[in-house]
Design a protein around this ligand. Sequence first.
Ligand code: GLV
Length: 318
Amino acid sequence: MTRPRIVVPRGLPEAWMTPLHAAADVVAGPQDAVSLSRAVEAALPSADGVLTLLTQKVDAAFLDRAPRLRVVSNMAVGVDNIDLEACAQRGVAVGHTPGVLTDATADLTMALLLSAARRLPAATADAAAGRWGPWSPTGWLGLELGGATLGIVGPGKIGTAVARRAAAFGMEILYAHHRAVPPIVPDAQGVSLNALLERADVVSLHVPLTEATRGLIDASALGRMKSTALLVNTARGPIVDTDALVQALGQGELGGAALDVTDPEPLPPSHPLYALPNVVIAPHIGSATHRTRARMASVAIDNVLAGVRGAPLPHAVD
Ligand code: GLV
């Protein structure tokens, strides 16, 4: 029996790839590839499955180069890099990795939230630069989480995991969703997006990037937020209008921002966001723990192997 051919445009560490090599003929590009390698390009016409990262655009043109493809397995929970309609039209199944990265991403959200709330970037930079004088009762004052209000935009798995953590810190929880959902933690209150933006001391984004959420946090949304409020984004960069964010922060209309995702990505070092003292920026590391990344690879491999066999994917995108 011929083994299925699986293309991995950006290869993964060998330890993670072992189950894939055991079951398939694998053609993998370099781990740091920024475009398709020659070997990957040559293998696409005969590929039965492809295992992608969120950096790989899978559009109609890509799919046309792989006419045998039965499955696209994304090693991410977000699938905004994939044209789902083009896949559906061609009968190509799409898989992703929900669940396994929920805790890691919620932990990172809290790390960013705490860092912005307690002004750690400015405080640690001042300490290192010799701007640390005698202990001052008014130095580097920030937001205390106990009693502050957190607004969760998108109370799915990750949003709910963040709410649980924040409730343990004593935060009041609001959440906004396009349909009614029961309280995501005891005493949490479901409200409209506008009410959430107006009432929250911290707004945390947990919606997927779709045409409906692109630019959701624009100048008008930012204008509704308190001038002391913090914006946390561990979802996708284009959900926020970056220029409007720079303007709101620069003009003191917003208290600060903590971003694990930006638009564009990577955010070039010359970008004005880096120059603002009330902004924390991480390089898209929400799921970056040893355990979570290994589990994501494992789920992505299970999906791609099911797909090439024509079996239902364990984690198919709806
Ligand atoms: C990371 O951003 C993911 O979607 O898994």
